[in-house]
Design a protein around this ligand. Sequence first.
Ligand code: ADP
Ligand code: MG
Length: 695
Amino acid sequence: MADLQYIPGVGPRRATLLRQELHISTMEELLTYFPYRYVDRSHIFRIDEIDGAMPYILLQGRFSNFQEVGKGTRGHRITAWFSDETGTIECVWFKGLKYVANISTEKQYIIFGKPQPFNGRLNITHPDLESIKSGEETEDYEGLMPMYNTTEAMKRAGMTTKAMAKIIASALETHKAPFAETLPAYLLESLHLMDRNHAIREMHRPTEPERLRRAQYRFKFEELLYLQLYLVRNFKFRQQSLQGFPFPTIGRFFNDYYHLCLKFELTGAQKRVLREIRADVGSGRQMNRLLQGDVGSGKTLVALLTMLMAVDNGFQACLMAPTEILATQHYDNLHDDLKRVGVSCALLTGSTRKKDRELIAEGLEDGTLKVLIGTHALIEPTVKFWNLGMVIIDEQHRFGVKQRSMLWAKNSRPPHVLVMTATPIPRTLAMTVYGDLDVSVIDELPPGRKPVETIHRYDNQREGLVRGMLSQLREGRQVYIVYPLIEENEKMAYRNVEQGFLDTQRAFPDYHVVMVHGKMKAKDKEQAMQRFVKGEARIMVATTVIEVGVNVPNASVMVIESAERFGLSQLHQLRGRVGRGADQSYCILVTKPNLAEETRKRIEIMCHTTDGFEIAEADMQMRGPGDIDGTQQSGLVLDLKVANIARDGQILQNSRDIAKQIIDKDPMLEAGDNGILRRRMDILFSHSVDWGRIS
Ligand code: ADP
Ligand code: MG
């Protein structure tokens, strides 16, 4: 049966909705549209039993007192009371307000949701709900009930989760033929996986929890396996076919720098990463490596030594940073040292003068200029190198994939690429997002660093805050005060910073305060920044423009205002601006008093750890992998349907190991049963760009 409209309970209108809303137009697509959750319908709670620690629960009762609040503002929502014989709990909707208008105060409902504390009370946001007709018994709700996602438009047409369950149930009855297998028999056997035919039926109509778990495992594994096969195959392809410039020698420049200019012993992690890079560039293939290392872990030095490897082998190198401030800072840090070993170096940014530009262009084209440091300006097609061999990109997540690929075109063979990021990505996520790149990690800070002490303060406890800052200022230290950038209300954001600037000047009359925000002219911003870098200004009030890279080791206090508005990784980045010297540093998270549970958790994590990987992991657990910084531009869209990278790390690891074994033995997927894999990959990835070719 080809057409979904003939399934009992569907019809032409619903068939159209399925196609438009969920891209489901075949039986196969319908029956692999799996529930996002199962509800144990065997227990309905009483409202007076509820506490804030409960997971998702079922309640049965009636709605009353619908109210629309905050119309025209960001907090626009509808609230209602939900009551049974034992009590009342508030329900809240921020989205789907039209749909809420159809809820009847006459009918009984079963609702499903997670009670959460808000402003000192419990409420449930966006409960799933089902009306119960009078006389309808609750036998429908026994056992594991599948829940299907449906859209707003579908709900309006009566296609609720329950309607979907009915449609799929009747489709399963109509479709008697077994579903074709999509994994080779040898995998099913060796991994004891449930076959696809039984697994599909089990997903929709679970017979028992253990069998459902096996069915879910099978689909999660399958989904991750195909993704990993794709990544591993691209990775292999790149390794075998992309020729790079070989750098056979470690020469004079590297050695001179190492012996004359290094002020300290490299950390074990820095040495390991340099060995990994050395192996890459010596291999004759093109390096395409991601370097992850927390703020302050010493990535710049790795970058410098890597560029010297290129120069030692007769090539030019460039280092690209996302902002002018950062590029300038890199240049200031590096050019003295480079000069000492006799390597020429220049800075190229948007504000480089025409005359200097011409000099740089000349040096680049005749090869006398060896190292170029700069911003996006480096990518411009007008920037031509004599022999570019190494590209280093700092703070990767600010650059798009496309921009990076433009650097490849700057030589006859693609130069080696090292992408550095201070936004650690959880290991499982890296395996997927960067599954076709080599990844190095600096997981060790230079010795003698004291972890930043992080303290949470409410914004009505200002005296203590001012006292703390004063004591650090008196010791000669410097202070950052950061305000959030409020996207939906920029004006207010700048008013906040400007007010903060005035307040700070008033509170610290003996100290020079500067202000930096995105709306300032580049010149003024630069000047304020320089004042702070030189130590003339002791306090800097800023928006998040300082987030990335700025290095002022004398700064010991980072005050983050309205910290509840920042995400975990941003808080972590900001905190990384202090604690760069040997003395104790502090990060003060200032928030309003009443925090939502999620926010409180974020603040707690920040106070509890300074480990960027731990924070990234927590971030992913809380927000899901799609929202983690660095994934959006990675090129690989994370639209997994069954598996969840945050929770299924172990299955991901298994699938990656097995994908490697398969591709190692049979790279073209030709042998025996592997034809199934090859044909399925052609279908699944027919629209994908070959990301393996782009760093
Ligand atoms: P990031 O990884 O954030 O770019 P940086 O490269 O800016 O870190 O390094 C932070 C600071 O640590 C710099 O002042 C740098 O000179 C110093 N540093 C780097 N490596 C070492 C080391 N092995 N021992 C001591 N200090 C180091
Ligand atoms: Mg850096």
